[in-house]
Write a protein that binds this ligand. Structure first.
Ligand code: FAD
Length: 483
């Protein structure tokens, strides 16, 4: 008897191992066809750096699926309609996918279930990219969590995350597969100029790249993680964020491999690292309950915040984007972002705080720039983190806590390895003036080949004055509320 056909829709789960939708479809004995839809109409389009990643990730996925005899169809169009039309064209009797939790994905899941029921098709969706369902995690009073610590305590009190699924067995070749777009025709890679040319020195998108990255971290980084995770000049964090963003590795794989390796060496030092995976879960939890997290203040009192909107705004924003603020740690971070598509977490907090507090520029401008330039740009983590930095978010850093970019640089990059790497024009400066070059005498700077205003910018704002202005802006918000 000929087997029935099934369609597996890939979205933010570009992996073959521990992929419940793919695993169950193959296990059910269907002839499986895979589909990825590039939907540039519903929801937010991928940013430039994400498009670069997506191109390479789909290339890697197609290769892995080919080894299983599962053809991958690529199509452009509105998500739900495109899935329905391919399902009809291929004559499938079942649809499988892994769940995502932004509003477009939630609506997609509902629409597909209804359409499947109307058309006599089996539909099956799975929890795959988070450890727990965002909607099933509730406080004692039945609401959702707004503070990380009780959220994570709650998650840790639940059953341990399930073991990852084994890689599926290959199937017999499938006949009559609908035509696919050519990936190259999607123009996901930048040309003229190719601003991503350094990305391949840092990243290998795809499942294999994710596995290598995790192994390397568990061999070396994890022993440094607790003490050095805030030091951008030390490679002490995993660098897994883009792989997680595109679902090339699952949190279950990370969880169990980390536990196993740390237990083998007899030192379970994984709590801090796994709690960061928890922050990712928390961000998705917030996004599920607040779908407009990327655009609307979580705390509505921030709707009245006096963000700068004058002739200077675009000049200051551009200096920040280019890493030309005159504050070395800020500039190093923004240049790391541009050159590698990624930025160290501590420095994300510093540059974010600088934008919203020192420059008084709306956090949404920063969120947008990160969305376009980060290879890990994530609908949940990017918006939740920007709101955290701005003070408008859930469990946010209070607005009046203003990072001093000089002290942050001196504390977290004391030997200046990070700044010297990304701001090479300052590389000869001694540590004592590296994070505040304007404090040195011109003759001293001259000796080290630095001329402020020429080889490196003067600070675009004075730290003390900017701090006072930010505090006043915050006070006006409080006064408004009181009035
Ligand atoms: P590790 O320290 O090795 O952590 C392991 C994993 O945990 C990460 O890969 C990531 O998936 C998750 N994680 C770690 N820290 C956080 C956090 N604070 N919030 C949510 N998840 C976390 N992360 C993104 O994945 N995408 C984003 O778009 C994003 N935008 C951010 C914007 C701002 C302003 C800030 C302050 C943070 C942002 N983060 C974002 C969170 C964090 O900076 C990155 O996840 C982290 O730097 C990734 O590096 P890593 O993989 O080496 O992290």
């Amino acid at each position: 008897m000929p087997s029935t056909k099934a369609l597996v829709v890939f979205r933010s789960d570009l992996r073959v191992a521990d992929n419940p939708a793919l695993f169950q479809a193959l296990k059910g004995g269907h002839s499986v066809i895979a589909l990825f839809v590039l939907d540039e109409e519903s929801g937010r389009a991928y940013g430039g750096a994400s498009r670069w990643w997506l191109h390479h990730s789909l290339t890697a996925l197609a290769k892995r699926l080919c080894e299983l005899n599962v053809p991958l169809i690529l199509r452009k169009g509105p998500l739900a309609q495109t899935v329905q039309s391919i399902a009809t064209e291929a004559g499938v009797s079942a649809l499988f996918w892994n769940r995502s939790y932004d509003d477009v994905s939630v609506a997609f899941g509902r629409a597909l279930k209804a359409w499947g029921a109307e058309n006599g098709m089996e539909t099956e969706s799975h929890l795959a990219n988070l450890l727990h369902e965002p909607h099933a995690t509730l406080t004692k009073s039945g609401g959702h969590f707004k503070v990380f610590t009780p959220f994570w305590r709650n998650q840790l009190s639940l059953d341990a995350p399930r073991e990852p699924l084994p890689s599926p067995e290959s199937q017999a070749p499938v006949a009559d597969v609908p035509a696919s777009d050519a990936l190259a025709d999607w123009d996901l890679l930048p040309t003229r100029p190719n601003w991503a040319k350094q990305f391949p020195d840092h990243w290998t998108p795809g499942e294999d790249g994710a596995r290598v990255r995790l192994n390397r971290f568990l061999e070396t980084g994890i022993t440094l993680y607790e003490e050095a995770r805030d030091m951008p000049g030390v490679e002490a964090t995993s660098g897994l964020s883009p792989h997680l963003r595109f679902g090339e590795i699952s949190p279950y794989q990370i969880w169990h491999r980390t536990k196993r390796v740390t237990e083998q060496v007899g030192r379970d030092n994984s709590d801090k690292f796994l709690a960061e995976i928890g922050w990712r879960e928390f961000s998705h939890h917030l996004l599920y309950h607040h779908p407009a997290l990327a655009t609307d203040n979580f705390q509505t009192k921030f709707n009245a915040f006096p963000w700068r909107d004058d002739a200077e705004t675009s000049r200051l924003l551009s200096a920040w984007q280019k890493g030309e603020t005159g504050y070395p740690i800020v500039d190093a971070g923004m240049r790391q972002l541009w050159q590698t598509g990624w930025m160290h977490n501590r420095v994300r907090m510093i540059v974010g705080s600088f934008l919203v507090k020192h420059l008084l520029i709306d956090w949404r401008a920063g969120e947008d720039w990160f969305w376009d330039t980060l290879v890990d740009a994530c609908p949940a983590s990017n918006s939740a983190s920007w709101q955290w930095v701005a003070g408008s978010g859930a469990d946010a850093a209070p607005y009046f806590r203003i990072f001093n970019p000089i002290l942050q640089g001196e504390k977290f990059d004391p030997e200046g390895a990070y700044v010297r790497h990304f701001v090479p024009e300052l590389s000869k400066l001694p540590n004592k003036i590296l994070h505040k070059p304007w404090s040195a005498k011109p003759s001293e700077l001259d000796y080290f080949g630095v001329e402020l205003g020429k080889t490196y910018p003067n600070p675009i704002v004075d730290h003390g004055a900017a701090r006072d202005r930010a505090l006043n802006a915050f006070k006006s918000l409080k006064d408004n509320k009181a009035a």
